[in-house]
Design a protein. Structure first.
Length: 255
């Protein structure tokens, strides 16, 4: 058996990636607490590319908040193979969320632990679709997680006609990651960009469109009651081929 690979080395203090101040207000009010185990997928630069929940805390809001914070704050020094080349990797983290009342039982409100690590076999999962934008989930929450009401409509949340005219002219394209909350009615609220596409115009155009158009089947608790939850998703703005952009900014194709 080969020697086990070492854990990736964090660039910053792991204790600051998830803090007591990050406890969602709705989870505190509902006295939700628990331990969530997540797997962080690192690219060759050590950046968290996506986050997957391996074991739920029992609260979709706490699970989603954990992944959002990890994508936003966690960062590692590049991991290298035996030849000294930077490679992608995975690392597993466990976060224990406890309310102040729970902390009085003798344990800290939050704890962050590192687990096994293995080199990644390739890049990020998912192949973007053709057109203006593609979307793939960057976190997995379990059977009661929120789900788009219309799966084919997921890509339709961003349309070709939504492409900012200035971005089309400047040939701007890129991938961005947004975090948001899904209300008990399935509407998207509090959307924000946690990883930029590299272009402010594309970033600014995304969240208003998602909040306006996206509709989910809300997450449910063990009793089947609709509940507020969090989600993290990635979209890719993709430029059409040159010569297919009409004067109105809408992409057209021959015939």
């Amino acid at each position: 058996m080969p020697d086990p690979s070492p854990l990736p080395v964090p660039r910053s203090d792991e204790a600051m990636w998830v803090t007591t101040a990050d406890y969602p207000a709705a989870a505190l009010k509902a006295k939700e607490e628990g331990t969530v185990t997540v797997e962080l997928h690192l690219d060759a630069t050590g950046r968290v590319e996506r986050c997957t929940t391996l074991e739920s805390s029992g609260s979709l809001l706490l699970d989603g908040t954990t992944c959002r914070l990890m994508i936003e704050r966690a960062s590692y020094y590049p991991t290298k193979d035996k030849a000294g080349r930077p490679v992608a990797a995975q690392v597993t983290k466990r976060v224990r969320w406890q309310t102040p009342a729970g902390a009085l039982r003798g344990t800290p409100p939050l704890a962050l632990r590192a687990f096994r690590f293995s080199p990644a076999a390739g890049g990020s999962a998912g192949t973007p679709g053709q057109g203006t934008a593609s979307a793939r989930p960057t976190a997995t929450y379990g059977p009661a997680a929120p789900a788009p009401r219309d799966r084919p409509g997921l890509l339709g949340w961003l349309k070709q006609s939504d492409y900012p005219a200035e971005s089309l002219e400047a040939r701007e394209q890129g991938e961005l990651t947004a975090s948001f909350e899904v209300s008990e009615t399935g509407r998207v609220e509090n959307c924000r960009i946690i990883r930029s596409s590299g272009y402010l115009r594309l970033d600014d155009a995304t969240c208003p469109l998602i909040e306006e158009r996206a509709r989910f089947r809300p997450a449910t608790d063990a009793a089947g009651k609709a509940m507020r939850s969090a989600d993290v998703r990635t979209w890719r703005w993709i430029l059409p081929p040159r010569g297919l952009i009409g004067p109105d900014g809408i992409v057209t194709t021959p015939n």
